[in-house]
Design a protein around this ligand. Structure first.
Ligand code: XIL
Length: 327
């Protein structure tokens, strides 16, 4: 029952994708996706800006293709994501909508997208990255330019419960989750989720799980409290997941990682996998990119890279073998 997943690169026009859409064009990549994984996550293809590019236009082409590919290869799909501050279309962020209109827009989007993939998507990241960073995390109610979430700002925190309820109505079987980065350990941000989720559960809101992205770096060291943290969510009766793990490293331009960096990376990946395997209800472990060839890391973190388990040429790295041996 355990899901080993990867993000499926693509989504079209984004700045970090100067190459033709890998999912539709790279045969070797498609082969690796089908062979090595039993769960696929759309890296961008189900985000608002891709799947809902104009107010009255949905674009299901890429997500449909992923769902079809998954079915054909007996894989499952993770949904990502319905409620986020980032990668929203301009029509939404710059539109001049009343509260009632925004509520209706969100409801329609959630029910349309979740409903379309009913029975095919086993977990949805309903709400993504809703808390701010730092020692005192709060819900992201600020301006969009400062990382604010349009739904939280315009509609208030109660909209979170509605988002989960609408998703549940559209697919009662899907596991509905919160997802965030920087929540590997027991820390203020993960505790903010722990508290919020308990409040929502007490109100009968259909929250099923807590997901940890897991964007790690060999520079920072492994978040040693991961298992304990997963366990406390599991103890609430929730499912947990690692949804976007990668382990990046600092490598000067034109150079390759050292053997020590690769060993360290392998250990970090494997410790995360083992933590998940050790906790009841952690049934899904997804790497954010199968190969360095299409990793988002070098684009977003300058001077860093080599964060996935396969090289540009699909050579398996120590991280791949170490995790394989743990399964
Ligand atoms: C990233 C993708 O990998 C990039 O291709 C895209 O340009 C930006 O978003 N947290 C998330 C993911 O929840 O959706 C992000 O994915 C990485 C951080």
């Amino acid at each position: 029952d355990f899901h080993i997943g990867t993000a499926v690169a693509g989504g079209g026009h984004h700045v970090d994708q100067p190459y033709p859409d890998p999912f539709f064009n790279d045969e070797e990549y498609r082969y690796v996706l089908a062979k090595e994984f039993n769960s696929l996550s759309p890296e961008n293809q189900a985000k608002w800006e891709f799947i809902h590019p104009e107010q009255d236009v949905y674009n299901f082409e890429a997500m449909d293709a992923i769902a079809k590919f998954a079915k054909r290869n007996r894989q499952e799909v993770r949904g990502h994501t319905l409620f986020w501050h980032s990668q929203n279309p301009a029509w939404l962020e710059q539109g001049n909508f009343s509260k009632e209109e925004l509520r209706a827009i969100l409801k329609d989007h959630i029910q349309t997208v979740v409903g379309r993939y009913k029975g095919q998507v086993y977990q949805w990241d309903v709400a993504n990255e809703i808390f701010t960073d730092g020692p005192n995390p709060v819900l992201r109610t600020g301006p969009t330019a400062q990382g604010g979430n349009i739904w939280l700002r315009e509609l208030g925190p109660e909209i979170i419960a509605d988002a989960f309820r609408w998703a549940h109505e559209a697919d009662p079987e899907a596991t509905l989750m919160f997802n965030d980065y920087g929540v590997e350990n027991i820390n203020p941000k993960s505790t903010a989720y722990y508290n919020l989720i308990q409040e929502l559960l007490a109100q009968g809101v259909p929250v099923d799980g807590f997901a940890i992205q897991g964007h790690l770096s060999t520079r920072f060291g492994f978040p040693g409290g991961l298992q304990e943290n997963l366990q406390r969510f599991s103890d609430l009766g929730l499912e947990t997941a690692i949804t976007e793990i990668d382990v990046r490293m600092d490598v000067p331009v034109g150079q390759q990682p050292t053997a020590e960096q690769e060993t360290r990376q392998a250990s970090d990946y494997d410790r995360a996998l083992e933590a998940c395997l050790a906790v009841e209800g952690c049934n899904s472990f997804t790497v954010w990119g199968a190969t360095d060839k299409y990793s988002w890391v070098p684009v977003f973190f300058s001077g860093e890279g080599f964060a996935t388990v396969m090289t540009d040429d699909f050579d398996r790295k120590p991280a791949y073998f170490q995790m394989r041996d743990s399964l």
